[in-house]
Ligand binder design. Structure first.
Ligand SMILES: O=C(CO)[C@H](O)[C@H](O)COP(=O)(O)O
Length: 282
């Protein structure tokens, strides 16, 4: 059963995030997946006056939420090539102090990453349980979307990378979510020791490349993504949309930046009813 304090924390954070980042004159808005996003859509619906806005879902559940609110969905692959989303909102399973996120608790990470990277700014909304200083503190595992035929080899490779007991997801987590993804792939949940951020490497807390048992957020995401059979990894790290755009602009548009996965802002609903904001460092 939903915990009332958690639910009101999600709602408070959603209302604040939408007040700060949803512009009713926007033309395209990304909508993530999960339970928190329902409150975001509720707040958007209350503020939206423009019938021409198109909402881009991150999967089946997300599309249902958009349609049930009476808003108009548009499929990600129907977006004209030049169109960027004005903003994308999504939940997260855990967020560290550099705004790196773990996502995929609801098995939607692949489309969530496509949508986040397509947005000029990506904004996360979460309750207090998700607010941590390092990833893999409270949320135990990295969700990884894998082709069914590759599950045994990816499980083996994850153990080689240092995950003590990666497991194929065969039961629902506490939240609702399919065991097969919208792509008909599987999810492996891989535990690792809590992940280092750049400041930890600078202060000598570990090499962060797995050689001493420590992994830095982006390095483990890259190492897992390189495994054949892995479609996507539920770590959102690297650049945020604003920084990615400035890198592209400086190269005259010739650099394809894989990134823009990180939120520019995360709104945490707290237990006392207030909302705490974490923003990207300047
Ligand atoms: O990544 C996700 C789904 O794959 C969700 O955004 C994440 O799990 C947060 O969900 P909730 O808002 O229900 O806590």
């Amino acid at each position: 059963m939903a915990d009332a304090s958690v639910e009101s924390a999600k709602r408070a954070a959603a209302i604040q995030a939408v007040a700060d980042h949803f512009d009713p004159s926007a033309s395209h808005v990304g909508i993530g997946s999960g339970t928190t996003i329902v409150y975001v859509v509720e707040a958007i619906k209350a503020k939206s006056t423009n019938p021409n806005i198109r909402f881009v879902p991150t999967g089946y559940q997300s599309r249902q939420v958009i349609v049930q609110a009476g808003l108009t969905p548009i499929a990600f692959d129907s977006l004209p090539e030049q169109v960027m989303l004005d903003v994308a909102f999504d939940g997260a399973d855990e967020v560290d102090e550099d705004l790196n996120c773990i996502k995929g608790g609801g098995a939607c990470l692949f489309q969530e990453k496509l949508v986040a990277e397509r947005a000029k700014k990506f904004v996360c909304v979460a309750d207090y349980r998700k607010k941590q200083s390092r990833l893999l503190t409270n949320w135990p595992t990295i969700p990884i979307e894998v082709a069914p035929i590759a599950v045994p080899t990816v499980l083996h490779s994850l153990r080689v990378l240092g995950s003590p007991s990666p497991k194929l997801r065969t039961t629902l987590l506490e939240k609702s979510g399919p065991l097969k993804t919208d792509q008909d792939f599987f999810i492996i949940d891989a535990p690792f020791p809590s992940l280092l951020i750049e400041a930890d490497m600078a202060s000598g807390k570990g090499k962060g490349d797995g050689s001493d048992g420590t992994w830095e957020v982006t390095k483990i995401a890259q190492a897992i993504k390189e495994l054949t059979g892995v479609l996507e990894v539920g770590i959102f790290s690297g650049l945020n949309g604003v920084d990615a755009e400035s890198v592209r602009a400086k190269s005259g548009g010739r650099t394809v930046v894989t990134g823009g996965q990180k939120p520019v802002a995360v709104y945490f609903g707290l237990q006392d009813g207030t909302v705490e904001l974490r923003v990207a460092k300047a």
